[in-house]
Design a protein around this ligand. Sequence first.
Ligand code: HEM
Length: 204
Amino acid sequence: MHSKAHDVSAPSLLETLRTGTGLLHVALEKRLPFFSEHLDTDWYRRLLQAYYGFYQPMEAALYGSGLIPDGYDAASRTKTPTLVNDLYALGLNEHTLRVLPRCTQLPDLDTPAACLGTLYVLEGATLGGQVLRREMALRLAIDADNGGAFLDIYGVETGRRWKDFLDYLARVPLDATARERAVIAARSTFSGFEQWLDSQEVLL
Ligand code: HEM
């Protein structure tokens, strides 16, 4: 029988994710304050605290789900520890870190496809990080040593690691329903992140 999963005319998972999230990316990018003339170190620190409040529970849920398809190198792609180091560099201590607000409304990670959709968003964000890293160095003199390591998390390896991630995505066989499930999760990750940042009053 003809299987949709092997239909060469069907859009790939990556294409489906791109078309499904492109507008949400543009919307969020516009509201992030990295290029605002009013951004100062205090706002940057509050922004990173809010990032932590999303990434920490999000990565805990992802890695705790046991649903990430084989082949994803979670240990080397985890981002929360780098955010923690940045926040220490920006003046937080164990106590102030522990009591930071954390997002409780996370996307449903109930299928491998949903995990992939969310990982696509978190991995893709490392690409924009390269632009933001340069901007923060110029404007606030923040670099990898004093609070900006998260934005440059993969450093010179950013392009190669994105390519490796795309190769991994392409290797996971997903039928049309699962691809749709992945897009729903990717969209909820974008919108959940935006709503969370909004609630923390760090957006424009
Ligand atoms: C002001 C903030 C941001 C800027 C300037 C920015 C910029 C970029 C740039 C330049 C790319 C690479 C496009 C390409 O090479 O074709 C990219 C890709 C991407 N970004 Fe952002 N970004 C920002 C924030 C974010 C955030 C907060 C997220 C998610 C949490 C995100 C998720 C993604 C994803 C998933 C991709 C991959 C798109 C693809 O090629 O499939 N970005 N971004």
